[in-house]
Design a protein around this ligand. Structure first.
Ligand code: CAA
Length: 390
């Protein structure tokens, strides 16, 4: 059987960074609540001329440079912080990347889950037309109200990945476990720039969905838990993955080792919640940094378990096999450079940026702040304008 899976992956994030120690000091909270209690150190904050489109284009451009555009007929854009009620954010990216008019584009929404739906749809499309490749981009800006308990779990980032036959990184296995339950744990009403969340309910809804998705996965003949070497979880904050892992150990009775999660936290601890991109940011970190069987082989041949959760709630548990020689495709310096390039801001600047979101009306030219290769230039006749600057 032809293998289908993730051939290349790239992370991008925003221009600014806020240290959560500074946020804790402002709020009069022990910084260890954020660093240890939530497992978060920093969060990326978008500049006025950045949004999910600019981050998405920045993540995807290097993938096209490395792999060309041949065979790409579809761009799937996953987000829950869309910039328009009608037009796919991916259409802006399509132009910014200079893709052919014969590439179709669509946006997928179901909270943090939809990049996984995109991956599965891509796999289905490629199974029908094995010469095609699908570009998937997950991009989100997580925003809660100022001074709310969700505030330290904000973030901004995008992960792009190319799905193809004979993937260089991870071959996705066909068995999936799925769980859908109508629950009001987290949502963003029309017109609201921040999410509404019942924090405690969202944590239990996540854990219940994990149990349900695992049960479905096991009932459908998925790999035995003892044959899954590393687990990747949706990471709204990295401690949530620890909670998930403990819960999975409890419901299955398997002796799961929590220390094996550590390398998957490296990027999300510094970027914060990136909603749809979060689990794929965890994958990028694991592939870049986990030594597995030693520096030469890394995780070659290892089976990875993915738990993708989107509030509301839809989730999916599936597995993939790390491919021989995968390290040749990767360069951990790429993600490090994106994070290290951010400009640190103080709490007052972060708060004024937060307060300004959603206040634009009429024609607007945004100030030039980002040094990234794409920028949101403003609104003309209420239509969003983007430009490539490099
Ligand atoms: N040192 C170390 N740890 C400390 C501490 C200190 N000084 N003070 C507190 N802590 C620990 C607490 O013991 C707690 O740990 P456990 O969870 O292991 O018990 C942890 O810090 C958090 O403390 P609280 O429970 O008191 O935190 P909170 O009430 O302020 O809110 C939250 C936490 C509910 C996650 C909130 O940040 C929130 O609502 N976030 C947004 C919603 C969210 O991310 N939900 C996750 C599931 S939903 C999902 O996954 C989809 C999505 O992306 C949103």
């Amino acid at each position: 059987m032809t293998e289908i899976g993730i051939h290349d992956i790239q992370l991008a994030t925003a221009h600014h960074v806020l240290d959560l120690g500074d946020l804790a000091e402002h709020a009069g909270i022990d910084p260890n609540k954020y660093r240890i209690g939530l497992g978060q150190d920093e969060m990326s904050v978008a500049a006025p001329d950045e949004d999910i489109v600019t981050m998405a284009a920045e993540a995807a451009a290097p993938i096209l440079e490395r792999n060309g555009t041949g065979g790409i007929r579809t761009l799937l854009f996953a987000t829950e912080t869309g910039v328009d009620q009608s037009k796919s954010a991916g259409v802006f990216v399509h132009r910014l990347l200079g893709l052919s008019p014969t590439v179709r584009v669509v946006e997928l929404k179901q909270a943090c889950y939809s990049a996984t739906a995109a991956l599965q749809m891509a796999a289905g499309m490629i199974a029908r037309n094995p010469d095609e490749r699908v570009l998937v981009i997950a991009s989100d800006i997580a925003r809660y109200e100022l001074d709310s308990s969700g505030e330290p779990t904000q973030g901004a980032g995008a992960v792009a990945f190319l799905v193809s036959t004979d993937p260089a990184l991870v071959a996705i296995e066909p068995v999936s476990g799925v769980s859908t339950t109508d629950v009001d744990d987290f949502w963003r009403p029309n017109g609201s720039t921040t999410a509404v969340v019942d924090g405690a309910l969202s944590v239990t809804a996540y854990l219940d969905a994990l149990h349900q998705a695992w049960s479905d996965f096991a009932a459908r003949g998925g790999a035995p838990i003892g044959e899954i070497e590393r687990f990747l979880y949706h990471q709204p904050f990295t401690k949530m993955a620890r909670k998930g892992h403990r819960h999975l150990a409890k419901v299955t009775g398997a002796p799961l080792d929590e220390s094996t999660l550590e390398s998957s936290f490296a990027y999300n601890r510094r970027i914060g919640n990136t909603y749809t991109a979060s689990i794929y940011g965890a994958l990028a970190a694991l592939l870049d940094l986990d030594e597995g069987r030693g520096a030469a082989r890394g995780l070659e041949g290892a089976r990875l378990g993915f738990f993708s959760y989107g509030s509301g709630a839809v989730s999916e548990l599936f597995t993939g096999i790390v491919q021989p020689g995968y390290r040749a495709t990767l360069d951990p310096a790429r993600a490090a450079a994106a994070m290290d390039a951010r400009t640190r801001i103080d709490v007052a600047t972060y708060r004024s940026l937060h307060a300004a979101i959603g206040t634009d009306d009429g024609d607007v030219e945004t100030p030039r702040v980002t040094t990234g290769p794409f920028r949101f230039a403003g609104l003309r006749g209420r239509a969003r304008q983007y430009e490539r600057t490099a």
